[in-house]
Design a protein around this ligand. Structure first.
Ligand code: ZN
Length: 489
């Protein structure tokens, strides 16, 4: 029994009276260790269902933290990163979508067996962070070992005070119908451009059926000059192309964004009626303070359709305004002379229809001056009204207009005639939206638009409208450096 004896001797030595303090110390140290470990674990992680854990992570934003929920089992490897902001409603809205992704993952996992765990990764990206607004994008990637992981995205721009996600209607206010229709046209144009660069994978018929004006609810506002829409992989193009991102400059949407929400998110210039009182153009010209005046404006000419349009205006005793592209004038000098002689206003629509917001101030000035000089040479009048091509404006363009003493004219009745090219639609849009003081945008390069004019004039004249030029509506050059879209009536 030597072993037993040695064992007993060791035990006896350990518990001998002179070793008791060491023993107690060891026990105390283990006790403290257990307590500290428990506290630390409770602070940093929580255990649910035996395998789900969460922890917190700071972000670069002092007021947003991430709650990260992970699961690791033989069939599941999952990480979900929830943003936790200072507003509970924002957190709930986002968590609801991440949870929906998670339920769909769990439903798949519970009905399929696997040796290699199925994977889920869901997280978020702060696209814009201001005191008042938060643009957030969430995305999930679920790998079921089919080759291509399934991906989905969702996004919002939240009002941080109310916690409500904003819609395009909040941005556009009373102009939501026209604003959203424009957004849809621009998004589809951009997708068509992208698909031209990647001919394989885009489903343009899907784009056309999915992207109606009703499709647009939420949006991202990455900067104070851009709007962004993301499409989940597979939504409008082959999933292998990934998320399709469409970023739109707001330079040509400012007309529709005259709300306080839009001003909070973007750099928006005021567009509306001129502040200064109307100056009568000539003694004897119509008094738009008394009459129901309306201004038809025609862009992009002169063209082969313009002469017939002048005949129609004359036959109906109507005046209008023409925003000419400088480089088109030399081909139709007599038409430009007629426009002036027959009492219409001639305005400037740049030399070559460049988007002026992409030019520097010297280049913008050249576009305007060349065109003004060409009109002066041809018709003997110098324009004071300018319509920026595509309605695209920014502070730099407008300050150049101001230096050149030009009044910018946008519009209040948006026919979108260039997109639809349908005489009935154009007629209906004008008649349905006409108000005293309206400025209507049309294009005399499209036969479909010119063909609508006679009916438009006859119907609205019966309703008591007088068709006037911009000079007659406002007087010459009412608001240099300002942007007007209608009369103050
Ligand atoms: Zn144009």
């Amino acid at each position: 029994m030597p072993f037993r004896t040695r064992w007993h001797r060791t035990l006896a030595r350990f518990f001998s009276p002179d070793k008791v303090p060491v023993w107690l110390l060891a026990a105390a140290a283990i006790g403290v260790g257990v307590i500290v470990t428990t506290i630390v674990l409770r602070e940093t992680a929580n255990t649910q269902a035996g395998y789900e854990q969460y922890k917190w992570r700071d972000t670069k934003y002092a007021d947003i933290r991430s709650r990260i929920v992970t699961r690791n089992t033989s069939s599941v490897v999952s990480t979900i990163e929830y943003p936790v902001t200072t507003h509970g409603k924002i957190n709930e809205t986002i968590a609801a979508v991440l949870d929906r992704y998670n339920r769909s993952f769990d439903a798949y996992v519970s009905s399929h067996r696997t040796r290699v765990p199925f994977e889920q990764n869901s997280s978020y990206e702060v696209v814009r962070h201001t005191n008042k607004y938060l643009s957030i994008l969430v995305s999930t990637s679920r790998d079921y070992h089919h080759g291509q992981p399934e991906r989905e995205t969702a996004y919002w721009t939240f009002d941080r005070e109310t916690g409500q996600p904003l819609t395009l209607s909040d941005l556009f206010g009373t102009q939501a119908t026209d604003g959203i229709a424009r957004v849809n046209l621009y998004v589809r144009q951009e997708i068509a451009r992208q698909s031209a660069r990647h001919p394989v994978g885009y489903d343009m018929s899907r784009v056309n059926t999915l992207l109606t004006d009703e499709y647009y609810k939420s949006f991202l506002a990455p900067t104070n000059t851009t709007l962004r829409f993301d499409f989940s992989p597979g939504e409008i193009a082959d999933a292998s192309l990934g998320t399709i991102t469409v970023t739109l400059p707001i330079d040509n949407l400012q007309l529709f964004m005259q709300t306080s929400t839009a001003r909070g998110l973007f750099d928006i210039m005021s567009v509306g009626a001129p502040n200064s009182p109307r100056v009568q153009a000539h003694p004897g010209s119509p008094d738009c303070q008394q009459l129901k005046c309306i201004a038809l404006t025609f862009d992009d000419g002169p063209s082969t359709h313009t002469s017939g349009l002048l005949d129609t205006l004359m036959a109906n005793n109507a005046h209008a305004s023409f925003f000419l592209i400088g480089q088109n004038i030399a081909r139709y000098p007599s038409i430009v002379q007629r426009q002036h002689l027959e009492g219409h206003t001639i305005g400037n629509h740049s030399w070559d229809h460049t988007r002026l917001t992409r030019l520097n101030q010297t280049q913008v000035a050249r576009e305007i001056t060349l065109t003004n000089d060409q009109i002066k040479r041809t018709a003997g009048t110098t324009p004071t009204y300018v319509r920026p091509p595509n309605g695209a404006i920014n502070r730099s363009v407008i300050s150049t207009f101001e230096r050149l003493n030009m009044t910018s004219v946008l519009w209040s009745v948006d026919t979108r005639d260039w997109a639809d090219r349908n005489t009935d639609i154009i007629y209906n849009r004008v008649v349905a939206n006409a108000k005293p003081g309206s400025i209507v945008i049309l294009h005399d390069v499209h036969k479909t638009s010119v063909n609508a004019v006679s009916r438009i004039i006859k119907t609205l004249q019966k309703e008591g409208y007088t068709f006037v030029s911009l000079d007659e509506m406002f007087g010459p050059n009412p608001a240099p450096g300002k942007i007007i879209s209608r009369a103050s009536q």
